[in-house]
Ligand binder design. Structure first.
Ligand code: ARG
Length: 468
């Protein structure tokens, strides 16, 4: 650890005579992680310096020295040549101290009309805003991949499930498009989170505002913020935008974990619906025959982190009195972790989706096995005027009879049907998989035309979002 070299070496050290305890220095410092905000910090400082000069608060020559110095520091960090120092605590002080070393007194004027409290809130908002955009973009790519797969598999059928028991036949495309709907809502949530994030806190000072004639709107405009915060106390202490990010991310990874779980199930010998591409599976170090769905399992497992980070952010905020408290320094690692985990998970699943190879024959056989057409047969009776509850009971009796006799519906004679209910006619034998699907052409149903229409609408929605 670098020594502090005397309390007064700190940029805030004026009233301090003694060195910081070494443990406290390590405990207090955030530079090991908040260095990730250097671009945001420098952009915020440049906008601040330009505004100070425009308002006549600092000289134009000082502004030019500050902007030039900050740009040089940014280049140094980009190149991996900047020496971050733990005794300089965080990214803000590391950059400010390096600026002062570089340009002298002009650098000492940068922090006029500013506090680290409104500075860090601004940096973190800039970071979170970009993270919302990246998340939305990644989700859109995943949605495009799901729609393309649904298009390729437009007539592949499968059993639909409730309680993980085969229930009614559906189109695989309908199933895939259900996930596209979830990820569309997730995309919306990130857009909403972005809108609430896009408010400038700078100008709030430490907590009460600043005493200089600053122009907050000019800074907001330069940094692309849609508005400025209305209350300085709220602005320096508000981390709701981080909770917003975590909430949107948590639900998105929950959806991703559901899709992943389907892939794990489908890839099992028990289901045998999907074969994983070699590039997206791994082997076992002991069992030579194994091909494991690690990608899907990890996407499922990593959701735990993102959910945990949401709870971390909520718990960190709970009970904090106004205004800024150092607790808020704890907001960053969890945010970075969720951003990285979400993006990686969404991107890897999006890359895997086109490689899924379905066993269409096996899925078709499974779609009609286990009396999956029972509801349709009951509906047949109901259409002939039989009350649905009676129809349900009659078909239930038919299922029981088939199970006793080891038969499928197709094996039953018309007499057997009629013993269950006299309203049955020969055309009951026309009820097959295609008829069951075609009977569900209502909006939102699994009929082939309804699913194609929903897919076309989803495509249009996606294209509209990206402005293409
Ligand atoms: N590193 C701090 C954070 O992340 C910056 C703000 C510190 N402000 C202060 N007055 N100590 O929140």
């Amino acid at each position: 650890m670098t020594s502090t070299g005397g309390g007064s070496a700190k940029l805030w050290g004026g009233r301090f005579a003694a060195d910081t305890n070494a443990l406290v220095e390590a405990f207090n410092a955030s530079i090991d992680f908040d260095r990730r905000l250097y671009r945001e910090d420098i952009a915020g400082s440049i906008a601040h310096a330009r505004m100070l000069a425009k308002q006549g608060i600092i000289a134009e020559a000082d502004r030019d020295a500050i902007v030039g110095g900050l740009e040089a520091i940014r280049a140094e960090i980009d190149a991996g040549q900047f020496a971050f120092r733990i005794d300089r605590e965080d990214i803000h002080l590391n950059i400010e101290a390096a600026l002062i070393e570089r340009i002298g007194d002009a650098g000492r004027r940068l922090h006029t009309a500013r506090s680290r409290n409104d500075q860090v809130a601004t940096d973190t908002r800039l970071f979170a805003r970009a993270a919302c955009d990246e998340a939305a973009d990644a989700l859109r790519a995943l949605r495009a991949a799901l729609l393309a797969l649904a298009e390729r598999e437009h007539d592949t059928v499968m059993p639909g499930y409730t309680h993980l028991q085969r229930a009614q036949p559906i189109l695989l495309a309908h199933h895939l498009q259900a996930y596209e709907e979830m990820f569309t809502r997730d995309t919306e949530r990130f857009a909403q989170a972005r809108a609430r994030t896009n408010v400038l806190p700078l100008g709030s000072g430490a907590l009460a505002g600043v005493t200089y004639p600053i122009d907050r709107n000019a800074v907001a405009e330069e940094l692309g913020f849609a508005s400025i915060s209305a209350n300085s106390l709220d602005a320096v202490s508000d981390r709701d935008f981080i909770v917003d990010y975590h909430s949107a991310a948590a639900l998105a990874v929950v959806h991703l974990s559901r899709l992943s779980e389907e892939i794990v199930l489908w890839a099992s010998s028990e289901f045998g619906f999907v074969r994983l591409d070699d590039a997206f599976a791994t082997g076992s170090s002991i069992m030579p025959q194994k091909k494991n769905p690690d990608v899907a399992e990890l996407a499922r497992g990593k959701s735990a982190r993102v959910i945990g980070n949401l709870v971390q952010a909520l718990t960190m905020l709970k009970g904090q009195p106004l205004a800024y408290n150092k607790d808020n320094q704890e907001d960053k690692e969890a945010l970075f972790d969720s951003v990285d985990t979400l993006l990686l998970s969404v991107r890897v699943v999006a890359a895997m989706v086109p490689t899924l190879a379905f066993d269409r024959a096996r899925m078709r056989a499974a779609a009609v096995a286990n009396f999956a057409l029972a509801t349709d047969i009951a509906d047949y009776l109901a259409r002939r005027g039989v009350p649905f509850r009676d129809a349900h009971e009659a078909v239930g009796a038919l299922v029981a009879r088939c199970e006793r006799e080891g038969k499928r519906f197709e094996d039953l004679t018309l007499e057997a049907y009629r013993e269950a209910h006299p309203a049955f006619d020969d055309d009951v034998r026309e009820l097959d998989l295609e008829a069951a699907l075609a009977a569900r052409e209502l909006p939102g149903g699994t009929g082939p035309r309804a699913v194609a229409a929903a897919r076309a609408a989803a495509h249009t929605r996606l294209r509209t979002e990206v402005g293409a």
